[in-house]
Design a protein around this ligand. Structure first.
Ligand code: FAD
Length: 343
C-alpha cells in the first residue's frame, strides 16, 4: 500500500501512440493544472514510451511542471504488463497524491491494473474532478483536500461524488472530451526527469509481431457541425436523411445509442455517456428524445437545434431552436432550403 502523502504531486498519465499524444491526455492537463494549483503542489506528466522525449516539451507547454520520461523499446506499443510495471514503480518511488488517466481503451485497461496492484481506489469515467473537504459519517473525522471524483451513476440518473481518503494515490479515469482542450503556453517551464526502465521480453506475456490499426470512421470531437439521428428516424434507409442533411452542411453524422443498436449507423458515430462527448458549434438533433445519457455527450454544444414531433421531448428543453414536427417533412424542407439559398 502507498502512504498518504499530502505533499504528493498531481500526475497525468500522458498516453501516446506512435509518438503522438492522445487528445484526452492533453484535455486532462488543464483540469490537473487546476487541481495542482488548488493543492499548491506540482503537476507532473508520466510519459512511458519509446523515443518519445519530444513529447515532454509539448506536455510542459500544456502545463506540466515536470515530466517523468520512461523510455524503453518494450514500451513502444501499449501493453498492460509493461506499462503497469513501470507506472507502479514510479508511483512507489515518488508517491503522488493523485493519478489521472484518460478513459481511453488503454486508460481503462491500465488504471484498474495499477489500482489493484497498488491497493488504491479508482473511479472510472469521471465527468468532473474537484478538491474538497469531507467529514466521515462514522466518526466525524474531517479529511481536507480530497479529490472529489464526480461521475454519473445508476444509469445516469444521479451524479455521484466519490472520495477515497485512505487508499492513495487517489486515482480516476476521465471521459474523453469532457474537459476543454487547453491552449499550449510556450512560456511555461518545466523539468524532464529521465527514469531508468528495466524491462525484459520475459516480463511480458505477449510479443507483438505486427500491428494493424483500424481507422475511426468519423472524428466527432473535431466536428464543428453535427447532425445526429435517433430511433425516431425509423430505419437505416431513412437514416439517409441524416447523411443528406449532414452532407449539405459539411457536418459529421452522429447518432444515439438505439440508432446504433438498431444498425442505422456504426458505433463510431454514437454520442453520449457510452459514446463520444462532443461540443460542436451546432448540434442538430433529429428524432432524438434527449435522454440524460445522450445529453451527457452533447449538452455543451454551443447551439442546439432539435426536431421532434413530441412537444414534451426532453431534448426540446435544452434546445436553443425547437422544431416540433415530423422529421420526414422538416428535414427534406431544410435540405431544399439549404441547397437553394446556400449556407
Ligand atoms: P427514443 O428515446 O426512443 O426517442 C426517439 C424520439 O424520436 C422521441 O422523442 C420521438 O418523439 C421522436 N420521434 C419519433 N418519430 C418522429 C418523427 N417522425 N419526427 C420527429 N420526431 C420523432 N444513449 C445515447 O444516445 N448515447 C449513449 O451513449 C447512451 N449510453 C447509455 C448508457 C447507459 C448505462 C444507459 C442505461 C443508457 C444509455 N443510452 C445512451 C440510452 C438512453 O438512455 C436512451 O435510451 C437513448 O438516448 C434514447 O435514444 P433516442 O432518443 O434515439 O430514442
Amino acid at each position: 500500500m502507498i502512504d498518504v502523502n499530502r505533499q504528493g504531486e498531481v500526475w497525468v498519465f500522458a498516453e501516446q501512440h506512435d509518438g503522438k499524444l492522445e487528445e484526452t491526455s492533453i484535455e486532462l492537463m488543464s483540469k490537473a493544472r487546476h487541481l495542482a494549483d488548488t493543492l499548491k503542489v506540482r503537476l507532473a506528466a508520466l510519459l512511458p514510451g519509446d523515443e518519445v522525449r519530444h513529447l515532454s516539451t509539448e506536455l510542459i507547454h500544456y502545463g506540466a511542471d515536470k515530466v517523468y520520461l520512461a523510455e524503453h523499446p518494450l514500451l513502444r506499443t501499449y501493453q498492460t504488463n509493461s506499462y503497469a510495471k513501470v507506472i507502479l514503480g514510479l508511483i512507489g518511488k515518488h508517491k503522488p497524491q493523485i493519478v489521472l488517466y484518460g478513459a481511453t481503451a488503454a486508460g481503462r485497461d491500465l488504471a484498474p491494473r495499477v489500482a489493484s496492484a497498488a491497493k488504491a481506489g479508482l473511479t472510472a469515467d469521471c465527468t468532473d474532478l474537484q478538491i474538497g473537504t469531507h467529514k466521515t459519517a462514522k466518526d466525524g473525522e474531517v479529511h481536507e483536500n480530497l479529490l472529489f471524483q464526480i461521475r454519473p451513476a445508476f444509469g445516469g440518473n444521479i451524479v455521484a461524488t466519490i472520495i477515497n481518503y485512505d487508499r492513495w494515490p487517489q486515482m480516476a479515469t476521465v471521459r474523453e472530451g469532457v474537459m476543454p482542450m487547453p491552449e499550449p503556453n510556450p512560456n511555461h517551464h518545466g523539468v524532464i526527469v529521465t527514469e531508468a526502465v528495466s524491462l525484459a521480453q520475459d516480463d511480458l506475456p505477449i510479443e507483438i509481431l505486427q500491428e494493424h490499426k483500424r481507422a475511426k470512421k468519423v472524428d466527432l470531437k473535431a466536428a464543428r457541425i453535427i447532425v445526429a439521428g435517433g430511433a425516431g428516424v425509423g430505419s437505416k434507409e431513412n437514416f439517409k436523411l441524416i447523411w443528406d442533411l449532414a452532407n449539405c452542411l459539411g457536418a459529421a453524422p452522429a447518432a444515439t445509442r438505439p440508432a446504433v443498436d438498431l444498425g442505422f449507423i456504426d458505433h463510431d458515430h454514437q454520442v453520449g455517456q457510452t459514446g463520444t462527448t462532443v461540443r460542436p458549434s451546432l448540434y442538430i438533433a433529429v428524432g432524438i428524445s434527449g435522454a440524460i445519457q445522450h445529453q451527457a455527450g452533447m449538452a455543451q454544444s454551443q447551439k442546439i437545434v432539435a426536431i421532434n414531433n413530441d412537444p414534451e421531448a426532453p431534448i426540446l428543453g435544452i434546445a436553443h431552436y425547437k422544431i416540433v414536427g415530423d422529421l420526414n417533412e422538416v428535414v427534406p424542407k431544410m435540405i431544399r432550403a439549404i441547397k437553394e439559398k446556400g449556407v
